[in-house]
Design a binder for this molecule. Structure first.
Ligand code: TYM
Length: 344
C-alpha cells in the first residue's frame, strides 16, 4: 500500500484552491490509506517576510481548519513540522549533494526571488526541506495540486541521488497524486487562486461574503449577452461546479450554458448553493474547535509523538548510511591505531 505524506503552509486561511487541490483529496484518501501523514509546514512559512504574532495564530488556525475540513486524527497523523526537528536535520544532509543550479531553476523560487531585494538562502533551500519532509517518512505518494509537481521532481532526484551516492536502495521515489481539481483559478479566471495574489475564497467565509466574490466572477469572456451560448470548458465557474455540485447538476449546468437556457447569474446562484451546502458543516466544526483549543492541541501533540517516532528511526538509519552513526558504535569499528584500515 502507498505510503502517503503531504503538507500545507500556514500562510493564511484554508481557501477553496488548496482545499480542492489538496485537502479534499487528503480527506478522501484517509479512508483508503489509514496511516497517512499530513503536516502543517511552519518551517516553510518563515522563508518569506512574516510577523511572528500572525504566524502563531495561523499555525493554530490551519490545524483547526484541517480538522474542520474532515481530517480525522483517528485515521491519520496530523502534526506541526517544527515539532519534529528531524525535518531540518535531513534537509541539511540533502543540501550537501543537491546541485545549486537545480534549485535556481525552480519556477516558484524564480517567482518569489524576483520580488525580493535580498534573497534569503532559505528560499532557495525550500524544496530541499520539502524533499526531507516527504522522505523522512519514506513516502512514495504525495497528494498535491499541480503547482507542486516540480518540487516533487526534485524530491525524486534527491532520493535517487542519495541512493546512488551511498549505494543503497533506501529512499523510494515519491510520485504526485493529483486530484481532478489540480489547479483552481482565482475568480478573476486569470491566475492560480493564492493567498499572495489576494484572489482567494476562504473556506470559512460567510455565505454573503462568498456571494459577493462569486457575483462578479469572470465566466466565458465570449458570452456577452444572456442569449449567447456559453462554453463551459473555458469557464471558471463551470470548473467550480465540477468540484462542488452533484454530477446531475453539473450536466444540467453544462446543457443550460451551451443552449443559453441559463444566464451566468443563474449558474452562479446554483454554484453558491452547492458551496454553501458543502462549507456550512465545515464552518460549524471550525467554530466548535475554536471554542475548544485544547482539542486541537491534543491532536497536534499526539500527531507529533507519532511522527517523531518514525522520523527518529529514519534519521538513525540515515546517520548510519552517511557515516554519522553514534560514536560508541563507530569506535568499535575503528582500526587499531597504526594498523592498516580493514580491507573490504
Ligand atoms: P501550499 O501551502 O501552497 O498549498 C497546499 C496544497 O494546496 C495546493 N494548492 C492548490 N491546488 C490547486 N489550485 C490552487 N489554486 C492551489 N493552491 C494551493 C498545493 O498544490 C498544495 O498541494 N510547498 C508546499 C507545502 C509543502 C509540501 C511538503 C507539500 C511543504 N512540504 C511536502 C507536499 C509535501 C506548498 O507551499 O503548498
Amino acid at each position: 500500500m502507498a505510503r502517503i505524506f503531504s503538507g500545507i503552509q500556514p500562510s493564511g486561511e484554508l481557501h477553496i484552491g488548496n482545499y480542492l487541490g489538496a485537502v479534499k483529496n487528503w480527506v478522501r484518501l484517509q479512508h483508503e490509506h489509514p496511516g497517512a501523514t499530513f503536516c502543517v509546514v511552519d518551517y516553510h512559512a518563515i522563508t518569506g517576510r512574516y510577523d511572528p504574532q500572525v504566524l502563531r495564530a495561523r499555525r493554530w488556525g490551519m490545524a483547526a481548519s484541517l480538522l474542520a475540513a474532515g481530517i480525522d486524527p483517528a485515521r491519520v497523523t496530523l502534526f506541526m513540522q517544527s515539532d519534529v526537528p528531524e525535518h531540518t536535520e535531513l534537509s541539511w544532509i540533502f543540501t550537501t549533494f543537491t546541485p545549486l543550479g537545480e534549485l535556481e531553476r525552480q519556477v516558484q523560487f524564480k517567482d518569489k526571488a524576483a520580488r525580493e531585494e535580498s534573497i534569503p538562502a532559505g528560499l532557495l533551500m525550500y524544496p530541499v526541506l520539502q524533499a526531507a519532509d516527504i522522505l523522512l517518512y519514506r513516502a512514495d505518494a504525495v497528494p498535491v495540486g499541480e503547482d507542486q509537481v516540480q518540487h516533487l521532481e526534485l524530491a525524486r532526484d534527491t532520493a535517487r541521488r542519495f541512493n546512488a551516492k551511498f549505494a543503497v536502495a533506501y529512499f523510494p521515489e515519491p510520485q504526485p497524486m493529483l486530484s481532478p481539481t489540480r489547479r483552481i483559478l482565482g475568480l478573476d479566471g486569470q491566475a492560480k487562486m493564492s493567498k499572495s495574489l489576494g484572489n482567494t475564497v476562504g473556506l470559512l467565509e460567510a455565505d454573503d461574503a462568498i456571494w459577493g466574490k462569486l457575483r462578479p466572477a469572470v465566466t466565458d469572456p465570449q458570452r456577452v449577452r444572456k442569449s449567447d451560448p456559453g462554453r463551459p470548458e473555458v469557464c471558471n465557474v463551470y470548473q467550480l461546479h465540477r468540484a462542488f455540485s452533484a454530477p446531475a447538476v453539473v450536466a444540467e449546468v453544462e446543457a443550460n450554458c451551451r443552449s443559453a437556457g441559463w444566464g451566468c447569474m443563474d449558474c452562479k446562484k446554483a454554484l453558491h448553493g452547492a458551496m454553501v451546502a458543502e462549507l456550512t458543516p465545515i464552518r460549524a466544526r471550525a467554530a466548535e474547535l475554536q471554542a475548544a483549543p485544547g482539542r486541537v492541541l491534543e491532536v497536534l501533540e499526539d500527531g507529533a509523538a507519532r511522527a517523531r517516532a518514525v522520523a527518529r528511526q529514519t534519521m538513525r538509519e540515515v546517520r548510519e548510511i552517511v557515516g554519522l552513526d553514534p560514536l560508541t558504535v563507530s569506535a568499535a569499528a575503528l582500526p587499531a591505531e597504526g594498523a592498516p584500515p580493514a580491507a573490504g
